[in-house]
Design a protein around this ligand. Structure first.
Ligand SMILES: Nc1nc2c(c(=O)[nH]1)N[C@H]1C(S)=C(S)[C@@H](COP(=O)(O)O)O[C@H]1N2
Ligand SMILES: [Mo]
Length: 199
């Protein structure tokens, strides 16, 4: 009976690991460039570009928005995946209820402290699970994992989950981000193995 239970859970897990990925229990750190050092009260999140009015939120203003939990799998394009990572923070949709986009807006370029950028279409950005996370497994996110604040976009490769989040620039058409300019796929769906650009 126990064997059957184990087998079922393994089968279940197999359906959760995208092609070409290997599970890890650890949580490796993947950073290109410097690791910013920021106190939560120094963090600001700005919304700019194709909006009726730009907005900048302080840490206190972010904490005053509804707070949500997300448990999600994390897939790095360098082929490791970690299941059931627990985050807490502000849903992208709760942040976006504070602003009105211009009708031409179709994409967002995400900016980070330290200069990293990554791009998403609005369809990929405005998903109910996406989170501005400040807590990882019940603790403030460690600095090397993107604390005080990072984006989590669980349905795409983790290079879209920008650490040390600084803001969102709404654009007409995608402006490509750091890895996307350097040969990575513009979208990055792990289930389709959208690792590299075909252009
Ligand atoms: N600002 C910033 N965000 C980033 C990165 C980075 O180098 N800088 N690396 C990305 C990549 S490639 C991955 S796999 C994940 C890794 O997150 P982790 O270091 O918490 O595992 O962060 C993503 N977000
Ligand atoms: Mo990655």
């Amino acid at each position: 009976m126990f064997g059957k239970f184990l087998k079922k859970s393994r089968d279940e897990e197999e359906g959760r690991v995208p092609p070409g990925q290997v599970l890890t229990e650890k949580f490796p750190v993947l950073t290109y460039g410097p690791t910013p050092s920021l106190k939560p009260e120094e963090v600001k999140v700005s919304l700019t570009g194709l909006l009726e009015q730009p907005l900048e939120l302080s840490w206190a203003e972010l904490m005053a928005l509804p707070q949500s939990e997300l448990t999600a799998d994390f897939h790095c394009v360098t082929r490791w995946s970690k299941l059931d990572v627990r985050w807490r923070g502000v849903k992208v949709l709760d942040l976006m209820s504070q602003v009105r986009l211009e009708p031409q807006a179709s994409a967002v370029l995400i900016h980070c402290y330290g200069g990293y950028t990554t791009n998403l279409t609005l369809d990929d950005f405005l998903r109910p699970e996406n989170l501005l996370a400040h807590t990882l497994f019940g603790e403030p996110i460690p600095r090397d994992h993107g604390g005080p604040l990072r984006l989590i976009v669980p349905h795409l490769y983790a290079w879209k989950s920008a650490k040390w989040l600084r803001g969102f620039e709404f654009t007409q058409g995608e402006k490509l981000g750091f890895w996307e300019v350097n040969g990575y796929h513009r979208r990055g769906d792990p289930w389709k193995e959208e690792r590299f650009s075909e252009e």
